[in-house]
Design a protein around this ligand. Structure first.
Ligand SMILES: [Zn+2]
Length: 131
């Protein structure tokens, strides 16, 4: 049953993406709602890649520039839902320095290397910006 639920969630997110690309945002939203309901009923977690593409407040399927706005601000990525206004903040972290480099060369890490985005330590909600 759990396997069927996962399959159905996969299908629904696929459909949601398709419809949102066609501009059918309400339909995409409906698919996300269904997928979340299935996840709740069968106690199946949505995959992390899915959790990045919808609003946790109103279940809107997020398409950059259409249903979500992304801003990088003081080491955080803030994604604001344009449907309900809920903000989702993700901390951006620099790569952990690999074993201390031998020799005198000073290394300057890139500001935000690929894959520096981490899901850990994120918070949500409309709470005011903290310093
Ligand atoms: Zn929303």
């Amino acid at each position: 049953m759990v396997r069927i639920a996962r399959q159905r969630i996969d299908d629904l997110f696929g459909l949601a993406e398709q419809e949102s690309l066609r501009g059918e945002f309400d339909l995409a939203h409906r698919y996300v709602v269904l997928a979340r309901e299935i996840g709740t009923r069968y106690n199946v977690h949505l995959l992390p890649e899915y959790r990045e593409v919808y609003c946790r407040g109103c279940s809107a399927y997020w398409i950059e520039g259409r249903t979500v706005r992304t801003r990088l601000r003081s080491g955080r990525r803030v994604r604001t839902c344009l449907r309900c206004g809920r903000a989702r903040r993700t901390r951006l972290r620099r790569e952990e320095p690999t074993p201390p480099a031998p020799g005198p060369g000073r290394r300057t890490p890139a500001p935000f290397p690929e894959g520096a985005l981490v899901g850990a330590g994120e918070d949500e909600g409309r709470s005011p910006e903290r310093p």
